[in-house]
Design a protein. Sequence first.
Length: 218
Amino acid sequence: MGLTARSTGGGSFKPMPAGMHLARCYRVIDLGTQKVEWKGSTKLQAKVLVQWEVHGDDEEGNPLVTDKGDPLSISKTYTLSLGDNSRLRADLKSWRGRDFTAEEMAGFHLRNILDKWCMLTVTHTSGDEGKTFANVSSVNPVPSHLRKAGLPEGINEARFFDLDNPDMALFDTFGDKLRAKIQAAPEWPKNRSPAERYQQEQNQSAQSLADMDDDIPF
């Protein structure tokens, strides 16, 4: 897929506290084409998972870390689109502090958001048996006074998983449910026909040249 959006959550058992948090994007994961059930109908949509590590303290002053001392993480799944009603476009627009130009609307590569800092607003919803789910409700830029004070060091390596050229070492670090979801997508290499795999190789060659000239800032 190349994870280029055009106009047309997280791995921790500890719940993320509700509120606004300083966060860094460290993973963008191509989920391929997924079946989506909505109001009794089924749609096929290209999906992408964005994952952030969160820095700071909770209301009691305790660091937002796992029992192992790693930063808490949270993720959000998006439809890969920059259409007018796209949640991805809305979040990127608020994160950037401006809308997309006409040139960017023709193809904005999501590699641009890796290793970028933001402020996440996290809200809670209740599920079955009283389980609490943390959700990313908005993404905004880091205020200038926080940037001037200095941002912390990122902990997780910034990684990009693309089904056009899957990094299997990274794939092996994903949880069972996430791996199964990706493997069910028609873009998964073993699900492609020989003709589709040949076309993929041609697209990768062309994309590698395009990426070299891509100087669009996030």
